[in-house]
Design a binder for this molecule. Structure first.
Ligand code: UDP
Length: 453
């Protein structure tokens, strides 16, 4: 774990951080903020519109600058994310530039670390005369796909007409297949294409790009990325949850009763089920998942966020009958849950944070990617690192398949092998973050780099 000298070293310059207001982006950005603060950097966090007020309340040793603006519509699997990101960029640019100029002229700011999706915010920092670094909260492999997006588009891999080719490999991006890329329809492909071009363009002209990843799992992709970004410094400082001992910034209240419930369960007997902060389930999907968990015979801890089921939560009788075997919570302390000895598997949507947190805890995964970068992450989990089993919802979730997959992960040979490899990866994570390990060295270079700007 990162040692550090404590906050407020008078020789350290101030660092600004600018996250996207989504859970999966806030957590790693705040972990990075804690890391830099422990290294003595005074920290200012700029909060875009739509960030809940509670975020600022928790952390007395950071300065917060909330920016004015309209609330963003809630993101879910049906949103046009590119439009939402474009809107966020447009809203934040001018108020951020103004706030940054004020702080920079009062006390100086060495640099601003900006979520890589906020390309106009990065440009605004440079306009204000402050160097901008990009922070990418997903994998290096995903950013390689962003860089190659125009090529993938021109070769037709991304169009929905390719349904019959979903299993085809993408020679430009091994080990991905067509089905592992973000699928887009015609109406959104243009806005996505424009957004990715701007995201990659901003990264190429940034003073560096920081990834919440690490050599043990992504050394080859990081190497390719460095070649493709041609001289832009790349810092693989992850997994930040391990480096910072799990600091986080939860937007929802965590129901800690599940930790007491886990204490009463046998070692490795519980499957933890969560599909992250954005995915929304249809009523039918929810019912199949509930019946599948009931039929699997396994103990389960299941996160069902308020509003996660479009039509509202109605538990089927099959699940009510086995209620004592499971627990459903609104929101869990996920990193602690994954570190609990009772948890033997994680059924996940493979958001990058959930994937990394599972690798850190050495817990094997059942992968049900739904959107965005999740298919690519799941491909690495199941086929490259082999620390999980993939279950696609291609034809909608079905209780028989779910029950079988849960048992396969929790009790069968295949799950056993994945668990052994997950334990091995956990040791490799520990090597990366110990003094002299690749992530520790990357943190040292990042600290030196910031001081040199
Ligand atoms: N998370 C949590 N409690 C929960 C479910 C999720 O704290 O009950 C956290 C999880 O630890 C992770 C983040 O929410 O850090 C979700 O990010 P991820 O990238 O996995 O998925 P996204 O929400 O962006 O789809």
């Amino acid at each position: 774990m990162d040692g550090g000298s404590g906050g407020g070293d008078p020789t350290r310059p101030r660092v600004g951080l600018f996250p996207c207001p989504f859970q999966g982006h806030l957590n790693p950005m705040f972990q990075l903020a804690h890391l830099l603060h422990r290294r003595g950097f005074p920290v200012t966090v700029f909060l875009p519109p739509s960030t809940p007020d509670s975020v600022a309340g928790h952390i007395p040793h950071f300065d917060f600058v909330p920016l004015p603006g309209r609330l963003l519509p809630r993101l879910d699997n049906q949103s046009d994310v590119a439009e939402a990101i474009a809107e966020l960029n447009a809203q934040c640019e001018a108020p951020f530039r103004e706030a940054l100029c004020r702080i920079a002229s009062a006390e100086g700011v060495a640099c601003v670390i900006v979520d890589a999706l906020l390309f106009r915010v990065q440009a605004a920092a440079k306009d204000a005369g402050v160097p901008a670094l990009a922070m990418r909260t997903s994998s290096a492999a995903c950013f390689n796909a962003f860089i190659l997006y125009p090529l993938l588009l021109s070769r037709g891999y991304l169009s929905i007409q390719q349904e019959s080719h979903l299993e085809d490999p993408i020679p430009e991006l091994p080990p991905l297949r067509v089905k592992d890329l973000v699928r887009v329809d015609r109406s959104s492909s243009e806005s996505l294409s424009r957004m990715l071009e701007q995201v990659v363009g901003a990264a190429r002209t940034s003073s560096g790009i920081i990834f919440n990843t690490f050599d043990a799992v992504e050394a080859a992709d990081l190497e390719l990325l460095r070649q493709r970004l041609d001289g832009v410094p790349v810092f693989a400082v992850g997994p930040l949850c391990a480096v910072t001992g799990g600091a986080q910034c939860s937007l929802l209240a965590q129901d800690r009763r599940c930790m007491e419930w886990l204490d009463k369960q046998a070692d490795r007997s519980v499957i933890y089920v969560s599909f992250g902060s954005l995915a929304v389930l249809e009523e039918e999907e929810f019912g199949e998942i509930a019946r599948g968990l009931a039929q699997s015979g396994q103990a389960f801890l299941w996160v069902v966020r308020p509003g996660q089921v479009r039509a509202g939560v109605r538990l089927p009788n099959e699940l009510i009958e086995v209620e004592e075997r499971g627990m459903i919570v609104d929101w869990a302390p996920q990193q602690e849950v994954l570190g609990h000895p009772a948890v033997g598997g994680f059924w996940t949507h493979n958001g990058w944070n959930s994937t990394v947190e599972s690798l850190v805890a050495g817990v094997p995964m059942l992968c049900s990617p739904r959107d965005y970068d999740q298919m690519g992450n799941a491909r690495y989990v199941a086929h490259v690192w082999k620390v999980g089993l993939q279950m696609d919802f291609d034809n909608g979730p079905n209780m028989e398949d779910i029950s079988q997959a849960v048992r396969m992960l929790m009790v069968d040979e295949a799950g056993h092998d994945a668990r052994a490899r997950a334990q091995h990866t956990k040791e490799e994570v520990t090597d990366c973050v110990r003094p002299g390990g690749s992530s520790s060295r990357a943190i040292e270079s990042l600290v030196d780099h910031i001081c040199s700007l």
